[in-house]
Design a protein around this ligand. Structure first.
Ligand SMILES: *Cc1c(COP(=O)(O)O)cnc(C)c1O
Length: 380
């Protein structure tokens, strides 16, 4: 990673993903369900899924059936959970691929049965207070009864019952205790209805790390698998390592005179003579325009020749400008936008803070015209 970049690239350290999976599974002490939706949070679904399984993940999970079908091609033997079905979902394809399909309603269970389910794997999602997906409490009796009837006639086996937190990144938020209690009630009702799922699961990354009481039989970890902090300021250090580095060459260096405005809108004006460098990446590549520097917000920074260089003015579709403070690095010198942070470079968390968003959005939206390179460095 020390050679200078030829073109902008996303470098993904599969060794870090493997090590993070191992750490999370050991820390939680239950099965790890590695969440690799949205192209592995921008890291590349197939490669990070494999690394996570090598690191000890017992399950893989994605949001949509389409993602799950694609993942099945490279992971024929690992259980794969998906949950975001639509009226267009090809249930027959899901059944043929032996996916764990999540149902929220009697209508979905009927649709799965109607697709010819025999011995299918179905999980039930109950809404315990997120008020997003999942069966609302008023529907539990009917959903559990339909699920049990489907088991009786051989259509499926209910392999899991699960739910999702609203506020797990705020460990003291009262919704966490409340949701956990409601989840336990759902499990009791399901049991009373005759269901015996293999796994009950509730925790995402933040809860997996911060809430031992929420671990049940498995934890669904996404962001922590990629080494990013699910609850900045709250999470104890367990040794996770960020897997993604984004870098690009500086493609032009020039002088800027005092008083000159830089980039669209001239939002930033040089207050003295300086040099600036052009980085050939922009919002067309998922670099957030909110990372621009304006009179109110300082914007994000990049690392060039061992020093942090602030973005000056607006991030454009294809390019942005950084302050080189009078330095004149050779054209082709590497600019590291973010990475693990241990070589002085900013992190995805730093970018998130500069943009007023979360680290999830920074890594997941990166892409565009950049190429992705895989390395295997792991913990250091
Ligand atoms: C995305 C997602 C996860 C993973 O969440 P992280 O906070 O990234 O660990 C878990 N469960 C569900 C339902 C999700 O949508």
């Amino acid at each position: 990673m020390t050679t200078s970049p030829g073109s902008p690239e996303i470098i993904v350290d599969l060794g870090a993903v493997r090590a993070n999976a191992r750490l999370l599974a050991a820390h939680a002490g239950v099965d790890l369900i590695a969440v690799v939706k949205a192209d592995g949070y921008g890291h590349g679904m197939a490669r990070v899924a494999r690394a996570a399984v090598e690191g000890g993940a017992a399950w893989l999970a994605v949001a949509t059936p389409e993602e799950a079908l694609e993942l099945r091609r490279t992971e024929p033997d690992v259980p794969i959970l998906c949950w975001l079905t639509t009226p267009e979902t090809d249930y027959a394809a899901c059944l043929a691929a032996d996916l764990d399909i999540t149902a929220y309603s009697v209508a979905e269970l009927d649709a799965i049965a109607g697709a010819g389910a025999r011995g299918a794997r179905v999980q039930l999602k109950v809404d315990t207070g997120l008020n997003r997906g999942g069966a609302p409490r008023a529907a539990w009796d009917a959903v559990f009864a339909r699920a049990r009837a489907g088991e009786d006639d051989g259509a499926w086996r209910i392999t899991g019952i699960w739910s999702h937190f609203a506020c797990s990144d705020e460990p003291d938020h009262p919704a966490n205790d409340a949701q956990e209690k409601v989840f336990t009630e759902a499990l009791d009702l399901a049991r009373a209805a005759g269901l015996r799922p293999d796994i009950a699961h509730l925790a995402n990354s933040a809860a997996a790390i911060l809430r031992p009481s929420a671990r049940f039989d498995a934890v669904r970890c996404g962001i922590a698998l990629y080494g990013l902090d699910p609850a900045p300021g709250e999470t104890p250090a367990i040794g996770l390592r960020p897997a993604m580095t984004v870098r690009a060459p500086v493609v032009m260096v020039k002088d800027v005179a005092p008083g000159a405005g830089v980039s669209y809108g001239h939002l930033w004006t040089a207050d003295g003579p300086t040099t600036v460098g052009l980085v050939p990446l922009g919002y067309g590549d998922g670099i957030p325009r909110h990372a621009s520097a304006d009179p109110v917000r300082p914007g994000a920074e990049v690392l060039v020749e061992g020093r942090r260089r602030p973005i000056r003015g607006r991030i454009c579709m294809d390019q942005f400008v950084v302050d080189l403070f009078g330095d004149r690095p050779e054209v082709g010198t590497g600019a590291v936008l973010f990475g693990p942070g241990d070589r002085g470079e900013p992190t995805a968390q730093d970018w998130a803070e500069a943009c007023g968003t979360i680290n999830y959005e920074i890594v997941t939206r990166i892409g565009g015209r950049m190429s992705r390179t895989y390395v295997d460095e792991g913990a250091r």
